[in-house]
Design a protein around this ligand. Structure first.
Ligand code: BGC
Length: 449
C-alpha cells in the first residue's frame, strides 16, 4: 500500500474518535442534565452522576497548622503520609508508597483493611510516631455515599478493585476495626474523603479561587463547590452557604447518554472489564483504559493491513490484553515531531522488527486521537461545571497520572475548554501538589479545629 493510501485509511479508521463541537456541546448538555438529576432528591436514585455530598463546607484559609496522618487508597499507588501543616499556605509531607498486590485488590475486604492498617503501623514505627495520638484523614477514592465526615458507605468498587465484603459497608468502620485488631497504634480516623476533594482542598490552600477538583489518573472524576440550596439531599447547618459535591462523573453514560459517540473499542473494553455497564465515561478517558483502547485500534489497523506486518510473535504479544500500557501513549506522543525514538523502541520491544517512520507516524496518530478524545471529553464536564458555578473566574485543581505524565493532555483539554466555557467566565487549570495527602490533612484540620 502506498504511504498516502496508508495515511488515508488510518485517518478513516480514526474518524470516529474525533468529536466535533456539535457533539461535544451535546455531551455538555447531557452532562449538565445528569448533574442536576444527581443533585435532586426525586431523580438522585436513577441518576448516573450521583453528586455525593462530602460534608466538607469550609475551604482552607492557608493558616491551618498541626500534624496529621493520611492514607491514600485508590490511585496508582497506596500511600501512607505524615502531613505537617505550617500556616502561611505551607506544608511538609513525609510519605511512603506500599504495594497492593492483585491478590489483595480482589481478595476479601478484611485482608485489604488489615494490610492498610499494617502499612500504617509500619510507617508510624519508622517515623517514630508509635507513641503519639494522631488524627487521620482517609483518602478513599471510590464512590461512597457519605452520611457524615466519618461515615462513608462504598457504593461500588472501580479501577480493578473488587474485594468482597466492602460494598454497602462503612469503610471508616472497616478501617477502625482493622486498626483495633492490631492494637499497636493510636489513631483517630476523623475524615473520609475522595481524591477529588483532596485535590480541591490542596489547591484551595494556595488559591482561594479553586472551586473544582479533578482527577485524570487510573480513574476519572471531579468534585466542585455547590450552593447548598441546590443540593437537595443535604441539610446544611445554618451559615454555611456551600458544600463540596463529589460528582462521581466516571459513571456518566451508564444510561446511554454517551452511546452516540462510543466506538466498538469502547464496547469491547466495557464487556471485558470487571464492571461491565459501569463507569462508561471513565472507560473512555482514564489511564486504566487508554492504553487498552490504543491496543485494540492497533490490532484492527494491522488486521486491515493498514500498518505493520501481520502475523508472527509480535502480534501474539500485542494480542495480550493490557499489554499496551497507557504510559506508552504518553511516551509515543513525547517524541519530537518527525522523530520516533520512543515509538520505535516500544514497537521493537513488542517484537516488530524495524518499524518504518511511516508506520510510526500512524501509530502516533492513533495515540493522539485516543488521548485527544479523552481530553476533549474531560473538557466537556469541566466546562459544564465552570458554567454551572458561574463565577467571574474559576480555578480547576487537577491531578492524576494521565494529566501529569501525558505531554499534551493539559494543552488538549485547555484548548477545548476555551471553546466550551461561557466567554464571560475566566478559568485556569492548576496542577495539584499532593492532594491526597495535603488535602486529607486539611479536611482533618477543619474537623478538629
Ligand atoms: C472513582 C472516584 C475517583 C476516581 C479517580 C473513580 O474510579 O469512582 O471516586 O475519584 O476514580 O481516582
Amino acid at each position: 500500500m502506498s504511504n498516502n493510501n496508508i495515511k488515508r485509511k488510518c485517518r478513516a479508521l480514526m474518524e470516529e474518535f474525533i468529536l466535533d463541537n456539535t457533539q461535544l456541546l451535546e455531551i455538555n448538555r447531557r452532562f449538565l442534565n445528569e448533574l442536576n438529576r444527581g443533585l435532586c432528591k426525586k431523580t438522585h436514585d436513577q441518576a448516573d452522576v450521583k453528586c455525593f455530598v462530602t460534608y466538607v463546607q469550609d475551604l482552607p484559609t492557608g493558616e491551618e497548622i498541626g500534624r496529621y496522618m493520611a492514607l491514600d487508597l485508590g490511585g496508582t499507588n497506596f500511600r501512607v503520609l505524615l502531613v505537617t501543616l505550617k500556616a502561611h499556605h505551607e506544608a511538609d509531607i513525609e510519605s511512603k508508597t506500599y504495594a497492593i498486590s492483585q491478590e489483595i485488590m480482589t481478595g476479601p475486604g478484611v485482608d485489604l483493611f488489615d494490610h492498610i492498617a499494617e502499612c500504617l503501623a509500619v510507617f508510624m514505627k519508622e517515623q517514630d510516631l508509635i507513641d503519639e495520638h494522631l488524627h487521620l484523614g482517609f483518602t478513599f477514592s471510590f464512590p461512597c455515599k457519605q452520611v457524615g465526615l466519618t461515615k462513608g458507605y462504598l457504593i461500588r468498587w472501580t479501577k480493578g478493585f473488587n474485594c468482597p465484603g466492602v460494598e454497602n459497608e462503612d469503610v471508616v468502620q472497616l478501617l477502625r476495626e482493622a486498626i483495633k485488631r492490631r492494637g499497636d497504634i493510636n489513631i483517630s480516623v476523623v475524615a473520609i474523603l475522595n481524591d477529588t476533594t483532596g485535590t480541591l482542598m490542596s489547591c484551595a490552600h494556595r488559591n482561594k479561587n479553586c472551586h473544582i477538583g479533578t482527577i485524570i489518573g487510573t480513574g476519572c472524576n471531579a468534585c466542585y463547590l455547590e450552593r447548598v440550596e441546590n443540593v437537595e439531599l443535604f441539610d446544611s447547618p445554618p451559615g454555611k452557604p456551600y458544600v463540596i459535591v463529589n460528582a462521581e462523573m466516571g459513571a456518566f453514560g451508564e444510561s446511554g447518554a454517551l452511546d452516540f459517540v462510543r466506538t466498538e473499542y469502547d464496547r469491547i473494553i466495557d464487556r471485558n472489564s470487571m464492571n461491565p455497564g459501569k463507569q462508561i465515561y471513565e472507560k473512555m478517558i482514564s489511564g486504566m483504559y487508554m492504553g487498552e483502547i490504543v491496543r485494540l485500534v492497533l490490532l484492527k489497523a494491522i488486521e486491515q493491513k493498514i500498518l505493520l506486518p501481520k502475523g508472527g510473535k509480535q502480534i501474539k504479544n500485542l494480542a495480550k490484553p493490557e499489554s499496551f500500557e497507557t504510559r506508552f501513549v504518553s511516551e509515543i506522543e513525547a517524541d519530537n515531531e518527525g522523530e520516533y525514538t520512543n515509538c520505535k523502541k516500544i514497537l521493537t520491544d513488542f517484537g516488530f522488527s524495524k518499524p518504518t517512520n511511516e508506520d510510526c507516524a500512524e501509530v502516533r496518530y492513533i495515540c493522539e486521537c485516543v488521548s485527544q478524545r479523552a481530553a476533549h471529553l474531560v473538557a466537556c464536564s469541566q466546562a459544564t461545571m465552570i458554567n454551572k458555578i458561574d463565577e467571574g473566574h474559576t480555578t480547576v485543581g487537577v491531578d492524576g497520572t494521565v494529566y501529569r505524565l501525558h505531554p499534551r493532555f493539559n494543552e488538549y483539554m485547555e484548548e477545548k475548554m476555551k471553546e466550551l466555557v461561557n466567554p464571560n467566565i475566566g478559568f485556569n487549570l492548576m496542577l495539584s501538589e499532593d492532594g491526597s495527602g495535603r488535602g486529607a490533612a486539611l479536611v482533618a484540620a477543619t474537623v478538629t479545629d
